[in-house]
Design a protein around this ligand. Structure first.
Ligand SMILES: Nc1nc2c(ncn2[C@@H]2O[C@H](COP(=O)(O)OP(=O)(O)OP(=O)(O)O)[C@@H](O)[C@H]2O)c(=O)[nH]1
Ligand SMILES: [Mg+2]
Length: 459
């Protein structure tokens, strides 16, 4: 199949990239090829992360909008503090930010829209539809820079001409050149990439015994944005101990979180083996929007051990803890002993403030309970081509080191608590380097949980 070619000229492409910093644009959708049907747009653009829509009208205007939030077809109200409208007709591009008090759009299966104001693929047709500013207070759009007051006007943005001759949507990613120019550094963590090390890690984990007699299995809770790799981490650890690839927890790509139940997964040491001394608790992903995905109240109940296995989350109503259970405090065995924030290494810089705010509120709550927290930075293979080629480069890649530092400062977790991993995602067979990295991370989690148990419980 021929690759899609954009209508942007050699000068306009970089001009657009400049609006967003060091990014690459990959063309996902082109109306003249795929059609103006909203369904065609969703087929190509859903769940692609940050994206830029570029429209061309027959008066020569090139304009559109940027959103940092995935398109999906779930019917949630979407806010996006990074969204903006633009045109690149003048000497200096015009950028109009969507005011944070406003929804960027409502989800659903319609075409893309910005600020409840400007609709593309409207009724599956080419013309842009402008809702009219009286209805939606487009005064809420502000320009930056310069700081002068600016009222959104169709005349300025697209010369009042709604007839599109083309509409393109680009996936926005951190510049590959930047990632490709990986500088090799002296490895900053020492890892033995050997079968002996893997076996030793497995032995240590297998023989681990919480010091506290009242706790037989350490409970590790995984939380993080949708599609960060929470379920895949459980599948990966389960695969290592089963000695073959397993996929007990559903993982993959869906509009919203694929995991909708609270699951506590014990892991056996081989098919006929004994249960291992830890349980991984999988949750629904944190969504950008309030009222969607896992909520801080849900997490509170989980931490206290008040939520049963297979509890089905309701994104609109927080968990209703089991009444009988909540009247008496859960035992230490039932509570969570360690929390793991699962963060996708490829999304750290583009993560908008909303999930970060949610995570910060969650972190405050967990801090108040003194439960140890670590960050599992997944998808290091996707983040850095050098690491993709050879996982052993993970601690020798300056790029991964920067990402570890970035996630540490954004989440307020020390660098020593950030654990980069590559989950099993498409492999059919286990691979030594992958195992070593995953087991090292798991062992670290058990160490932190041990410190906590040591602190809160009598031996
Ligand atoms: N290349 C690569 N892909 C990964 C990695 N971890 C997860 N994936 C892929 O990322 C996608 C999402 O992974 P999941 O494990 O379903 O993510 P999740 O956090 O459980 O997502 P929700 O349950 O939907 O919130 C899947 O297609 C995985 O195969 C990784 O380390 N490397
Ligand atoms: Mg999941």
């Amino acid at each position: 199949m021929n690759p899609l070619n954009s209508k942007l000229t050699k000068r306009q492409g970089p001009q657009l990239c400049d609006l967003l910093g060091d990014v690459d644009l990959t063309l996902l959708y082109k109306a003249s090829v795929h059609g103006y049907e909203a369904s065609a747009f969703h087929r190509r653009c859903d769940n692609q992360g940050p994206s830029l829509l570029v429209a061309y009208n027959n008066s020569g205007y090139i304009f559109g909008g940027y959103t940092s939030v995935d398109y999906t077809q779930s019917c949630n109200a979407v806010t996006d503090d990074k969204a903006f409208l633009f045109n690149i007709n003048g000497a200096v591009p015009l950028v109009i930010k969507v005011n944070s008090r406003h929804y960027l759009r409502y989800g659903g299966n319609g075409g893309p829209s910005f600020g409840e104001q400007l609709y593309f693929c409207y009724n599956d047709q080419p013309p842009v539809y402008n809702q009219g500013r009286n209805a939606y207070q487009v005064m809420a759009f502000t320009i930056s820079p310069p700081t002068m007051a600016f009222t959104f006007s169709p005349a300025t943005l697209y010369g009042n001409n709604t007839n599109l001759i083309e509409c393109e949507v680009f996936k926005v990613e951190q510049k590959k050149d930047q990632v490709n120019a990986v500088i090799k550094i002296k490895p900053w963590r020492n890892v033995q990439w050997t079968a002996k090390q893997r076996d030793e890690l497995m032995k240590m984990i297998r023989n681990y015994k919480p010091l506290t007699t009242s706790v037989s299995q350490v409970k590790i809770l995984m939380i993080g944005p949708v599609r960060a790799g929470k379920s895949s981490f459980f599948n990966s650890i389960n695969s290592i101990f089963m000695g073959r690839m397993t996929s007990k927890a559903m993982s993959g790509s869906a509009g919203t979180s694929l995991t909708t139940q609270f699951r506590t997964y014990p892991i056996k040491d081989g098919r006929e083996g004994k249960p291992l001394p830890f349980v991984l608790c999988d949750t629904m992903g944190l969504e950008e929007q309030s009222g969607a995905g896992l909520d801080i109240e849900d997490i509170s109940s989980i931490l206290q051990g008040q939520i049963p296995d297979r509890y089905k989350f309701n994104p609109v109503t927080p968990c209703q803890p089991d009444e009988q259970k909540s009247t008496r405090p859960a035992s230490l065995q039932d509570k969570i002993h360690s929390v793991v924030y699962v963060i996708d290494a490829t999304k750290i810089s583009l993560m908008s403030e909303k999930p970060e705010e949610k995570l910060s509120a969650i972190r405050k709550k967990i801090n108040s309970l003194a439960i140890p927290q670590v960050v599992l930075m997944t998808k290091v293979d996707e983040a850095c081509p050098d690491v993709q080629e050879n996982l052993q480069s993970v601690y020798a890649s300056s790029y991964i080191k920067t990402k570890v530092q970035e996630v540490s400062s954004r989440l307020g977790v020390p660098v020593s608590c950030v654990l980069p991993v590559k989950n099993y995602s498409q492999e059919l067979e286990l691979e030594l380097n992958c195992d070593v990295l995953l087991l090292t991370a798991l062992q670290q989690m058990l160490n932190f949980a041990e410190d906590y148990l040591d602190d809160v419980a009598p031996m």
